[in-house]
Ligand binder design. Structure first.
Ligand SMILES: NC(=O)c1ccc[n+]([C@@H]2O[C@H](COP(=O)([O-])OP(=O)(O)OC[C@H]3O[C@@H](n4cnc5c(N)ncnc54)[C@H](O)[C@@H]3O)[C@@H](O)[C@H]2O)c1
Length: 285
């Protein structure tokens, strides 16, 4: 089927998780292209910083994506604020947890699930009626490469991101034949605050690293900046893609999911070891 282009530049959008990382970069990119942006986040300070970096019209809202009723209230506020059809809803807010299944703290896994999955469902349910009424617009839900493959010490994160993928794929089929569509975004490693803000109680790999060291290692292994990620996501949406892979590592995960659906981790482990050796050698030279 030919893809229907979905122009974003100059058209209003809503973005959650806009106080940092990919969400902030999406807001900055689209605002610079003339889009009015409604931005939401639980972090008021970061959200104000994002708003201050934008030049065009902006609606700023402190919001906990876990709160379904407040997401609906926010959707009403966005509806009243719009002067043109809402082009895209980016359900982007997310958090991390690193733990083995054996050592999992149920409250942490619950916290993650409520933000990374329920938050996406709440945002979709709150904003979908606006798009359906317009018969136009796209729901863009952020999954991950960890929504393509299960990774050790990331069980809660993978479960939530697989759930986002399934939810969004199901929604896309429901919307067939309408002017509304649904997109899954699968970023690889992106240099953001996600690892620093993750809940970690001890090094799940048993290497004795502090949380800070683990976050620094994550950041050193990332291949994509949030600015580049935002460009790829926007281009993918505008080109009418249903599934957007972000970064070269995302393409590798996608291939591995197809060709080595049970043995993929042997390849990933090898690459991780090579990357670690390269970084250690780099730090020593
Ligand atoms: N960085 C990566 O490598 C990577 C890879 C794959 C997927 N992702 C996904 O991309 C999305 C954006 O993450 P990021 O990497 O930019 O991280 P980030 O930590 O830089 O930004 C996440 C934002 O979400 C906000 N947030 C957290 N809990 C919230 C809540 N309850 N309500 C509202 N906002 C909340 C945070 O305050 C923060 O501003 C997430 O869904 C994440 O899972 C990131």
């Amino acid at each position: 089927m030919p893809r229907t282009p979905r122009p974003l530049s100059g058209h209003p959008v809503m973005i959650t998780g806009a106080a940092s990382g990919i969400g902030r970069s999406l807001a900055q990119l689209l605002s610079a292209k003339g889009s009015p942006v409604a931005i939401a986040d639980i972090d008021e300070t970061g959200l104000k910083e994002t708003a201050a970096s934008l030049t065009g019209p902006v609606l700023t809202r402190v919001l906990d994506v876990r709160d379904a009723a407040d997401q609906r209230t926010f959707a009403d506020e966005v509806h009243d604020w719009l002067t043109a059809p809402l082009a895209a809803v980016f359900n982007n807010a997310g958090v991390g947890v690193a733990s083995s299944v054996l050592d999992a703290v149920p409250e942490d896994d619950e916290w993650l699930r409520q933000i990374n999955f329920d938050g996406v469902v709440n945002g979709t349910r709150a904003f979908l009626p606006i798009l359906v009424e317009q018969d136009h617009g796209v729901i863009v839900n952020t999954s991950s490469v960890f929504g393509l493959l299960g990774m050790p010490n990331q069980s809660a994160y993978c479960a939530a991101k697989f759930a986002v993928r399934g939810f969004t794929d199901a929604l896309r089929q429901e919307l067939r034949g309408t002017g509304v569509s649904a997109v899954n975004v699968h970023p690889g490693g992106i240099r953001t605050n996600i690892a620093r803000n993750a809940r970690v109680h001890k090094d799940p790999e048993g290497r004795g690293r502090t949380h800070q060291q683990m976050a620094a290692e994550f950041e050193a292994a990332t291949l994509t900046t949030p600015q580049k990620a935002a460009e790829i996501i926007c281009r993918g949406v505008e080109h009418g893609k249903s599934r957007i892979l972000v970064g070269p590592d995302a393409y590798l995960f996608d291939i591995l999911a197809r060709v080595a659906p049970t043995r993929y981790y042997s390849v990933i482990e090898l690459l991780e070891r090579l990357l670690r050796t390269r970084n250690t050698a780099g730090a020593q030279s």
